[in-house]
Design a binder for this molecule. Structure first.
Ligand code: ADP
Length: 443
């Protein structure tokens, strides 16, 4: 087992990794930017080291500085968390070359899934259902139109190198598609320095259902059931739950098998998430695979009693998977993302000093956060300040528990998404489990 792990991240996920390390008896090194001196991940780690100025490129994305910090502190592995360098194949490669274990998949596995057009092809070849669409990139408008006629309108143009909801455009008819093609290409070039796009059938009312998988270095791979992340705003998840109200044991088995097949086809190791669109007629399609631990992983932890971060560390150290069969999902779990944003004003970021802070408690309530009263939310990073995860015996109880926990949650001095989350949780359609990815737009 490792003796010392450096956590190349900040915020709640850095703290999450520290907790897992402590339970495993592993020492921790926190890295931080000048804006994060007062963060709890710095306070609770065994060692800490400042790696630069607040902008991420000068600190959390600065590979030489992170490697220098690992060398100075004598760490033997790096946990990348999510975001920042977590899906950077080059970083994974450099870690391994420097004799540091990257706690995640191999560089090669990250690359295979990192390009969406290529991942589609790989999955199709492996027999995983993909959204009908072009077999690889489309080079010009005419080719896009030809593909759209073949699969039928409406279609969506997507950036091969895309992520974070960028570089995606809807084409409802030929004229709209020609416009969408040009816009998606420009956006993709600007955001990812890669103008390559492809065409996919647009599923009108899908749910976003993803399967958590984990592979070890001995060829074993298992899934831990699903998370339903249909409640999204501009492709950003806000509320996640498990089990999905739309799945039964049979469909869970089918989607779980497809996710395991997806991972096994590239000999996948460590934690990963296979994202699917689930259509109204129960057909499901591979969308992408995220090759890291995800923000919403605690939902799965709550219903499976598996500690996914500890398992990530164990398999990275060469141990075999603890579970070989998918665990039964016990009870119901819901996560609410509490962001420093102002829902009344278009969810604009709301950085600043938190003047009062009280986190809810009680049975089945888990809070993952790095903030406290007096903490200053810096403007440089994503706006997630806390995750509320509740577990209960069934969905109605989980909904009620989450709603009342939000009521107890006090964050003063900045705006947060708490009131908006309460609106979502008490909405009749959400209560009925009857939502698709457009739910928020229609609120
Ligand atoms: P990103 O990597 O940018 O987050 P994804 O491919 O994961 O992009 O898609 C993000 C979201 O966009 C999905 O959760 C879904 O809501 C929507 N979406 C993506 N592809 C389609 C599609 N073919 N039809 C309908 N909605 C889609």
């Amino acid at each position: 087992m490792f003796e010392k792990i450096l956590i190349a991240n900040r915020g709640e996920v850095a703290l999450r990794v520290i907790r897992a390390c402590r339970e495993l008896g592993i020492r921790t090194v926190a890295v931080y930017s000048e804006a994060d001196r007062d963060s709890l991940h710095v306070r609770f780690s065994d060692e800490d080291i400042c790696i630069g100025a607040p902008p991420a490129r000068d600190s959390y994305l600065n590979i030489p500085r992170i490697l220098a910090a690992a060398e100075i502190t004598g760490a033997d592995a790096i946990h990348p968390g999510y975001g920042f360098l977590a899906e950077n194949a080059e970083f994974a490669e450099i870690c391994e070359r420097s004799g540091l274990v990257f706690i995640g998949p191999t560089a090669d596995q990250i690359r295979k899934m990192g390009n969406k057009a290529e991942a589609r092809r790989t999955m199709d070849a492996a027999g995983v259902p993909i959204v009908p669409g072009s077999n690889g990139p489309v080079d010009d408008e005419d080719e896009a139109v030809e593909e759209a006629r073949r699969i039928g309108f409406p279609v969506i143009i997507k950036a091969s190198s895309g992520g974070g909801g960028k570089g995606m455009r809807l084409g409802e008819d030929e004229e709209g598609l020609r416009r969408a093609f040009v816009m998606a290409r420009n956006e993709a070039k600007a955001a990812f320095d890669d103008p390559t796009v492809y065409v996919e059938k647009y599923i009108s009312r899908p749910r976003h259902v993803e399967i958590q998988v984990m592979g070890d270095k001995h060829g074993n791979i298992v899934h831990y059931g699903e998370r339903d992340c249909s409640v999204q705003r501009r492709h950003q998840k806000l509320v996640e739950e498990s089990p999905s109200p739309a799945l039964d044991a049979e469909l869970r088995g089918e989607m779980g098998d497809a996710a395991v097949l997806a991972g096994a086809s590239i000999d996948y190791s460590n934690a990963g998430t296979v994202e699917f669109l689930l259509d109204e007629d129960r057909s499901f399609f591979f969308m992408e695979m995220n090759t890291r631990i995800q923000v919403e992983h605690p939902v799965t932890e709550a219903v499976t009693a598996v500690d996914l971060v500890k398992e990530q560390i164990r398999v990275a150290a060469g141990e075999e998977l603890t579970l070989r069969e998918p665990p039964a999902l016990r009870g119901h779990a819901i996560e609410c993302r509490i962001n420093a944003e102002d829902p009344e004003h278009g969810f604009r970021p709301s950085p600043g000093t938190i003047t009062a802070f009280h986190a809810p408690g009680g049975p089945g309530v888990r809070i993952d956060t790095h903030v406290y009263a007096g903490y200053h939310v810096p403007p440089y990073y994503d706006s997630l300040i806390a995750k509320l995860v509740v577990r209960a015996n069934d969905r109605p109880e989980a909904l009620s528990r989450a709603y009342h926990a939000l009521e107890e949650f006090i964050v003063e001095g900045i705006h947060t998404t708490i009131p908006f989350l309460q609106t979502v949780l008490s909405h009749p359609d959400f209560e009925a489990g009857n939502v698709d990815t457009h739910f928020i737009e229609h609120l």
